[in-house]
Design a protein around this ligand. Structure first.
Ligand SMILES: NC(=O)c1ccc[n+]([C@@H]2O[C@H](COP(=O)([O-])OP(=O)(O)OC[C@H]3O[C@@H](n4cnc5c(N)ncnc54)[C@H](OP(=O)(O)O)[C@@H]3O)[C@@H](O)[C@H]2O)c1
Length: 211
């Protein structure tokens, strides 16, 4: 199947490599195409560079929006029409840098990033918050772990989105575990109790219940 990856920076490039390794075909786009071109060249035949963000969605069943939180809404608005009917996977954490270079959360305390993103999406899309629960390095090194696969947590309100994102998570070399609905996505982000963990399925399930 084909998945679009919009944003081919730190996390998008790892997600794309892992999906391609698992047999997914990819359509890539980035802000100026350079990073998407380099990534496509590295991945080989499984990846093509789209003309633009809208073109990335052509023939794709799902899209990973591997973008900084502050540009997400603009890109969603740009691709709203072709997004309809697709699974939208968002790994973004709601953080940015201030003028002094300090990291700050761009949403008020207690507001879940998943609920905010859900409010930006057009009707007819299915959202899963996933693939942003580990740093890019950890995501890269934990794929296809053996003998027990590492877990990638996800959050969604939609059963069909759950099935679809589970397929992508397995394709990328992880075992999927649902943390709960979109409102639970803050548990997955930087600072959340399930962020940057490399655990197997049994431990993952006990951690979910422990909160
Ligand atoms: N990096 C990590 O370890 C990590 C881990 C977990 C979650 N996350 C989250 O994932 C999100 C992305 O982080 P990142 O580290 O991957 O950021 P990044 O390295 O800055 O990459 C962002 C990507 O977005 C692309 N982009 C920017 N504006 C665009 C637009 N209008 N249309 C299409 N593409 C656009 C950039 O294109 P160009 O390449 O052309 O500049 C770049 O490829 C953040 O919210 C972060 O919190 C990151």
């Amino acid at each position: 199947m084909t998945t679009a990856v919009i944003g081919t920076g730190g996390i998008g490039s790892v997600i794309a490599r892992e999906l391609a390794s698992g047999g997914e075909t990819l359509r890539l786009s980035s802000a100026d195409d350079k990073s998407a071109q380099m990534l496509a060249a590295e991945i080989g035949r499984a990846a093509v560079v789209a003309v633009d963000n809208r073109d990335a969605l052509r023939g794709a069943v799902a899209v990973v929006l591997a973008l900084r939180f502050t540009v997400l809404k603009g890109v969603i608005d740009e691709i709203a029409d072709p997004l309809t009917g697709k699974l939208v996977v968002v790994p973004s954490n709601p953080f940015s840098l201030d003028a002094q270079g300090n990291v700050y959360r761009v949403l008020p305390k207690g507001q879940s990033s998943g609920e905010v993103v859900a409010g930006w999406l057009p009707a007819g899309t299915r959202l899963a918050m996933a693939f942003g629960t580990m740093s890019a390095d950890l995501l890269e090194s934990s794929s296809n772990r053996s003998p027990e696969p590492a877990v990638l947590f996800y959050a969604t309100d939609d059963d069909r989105a759950g099935e679809e994102v589970e397929r992508l998570i397995r394709t990328a070399g992880f075992e999927p575990v649902k943390v709960g609905g979109i409102g639970q996505s803050s548990r997955l982000e930087v600072g959340g109790d399930l962020h940057d963990l490399v655990v197997g399925p049994a431990e993952a399930r006990s951690l979910i219940g422990a909160a």
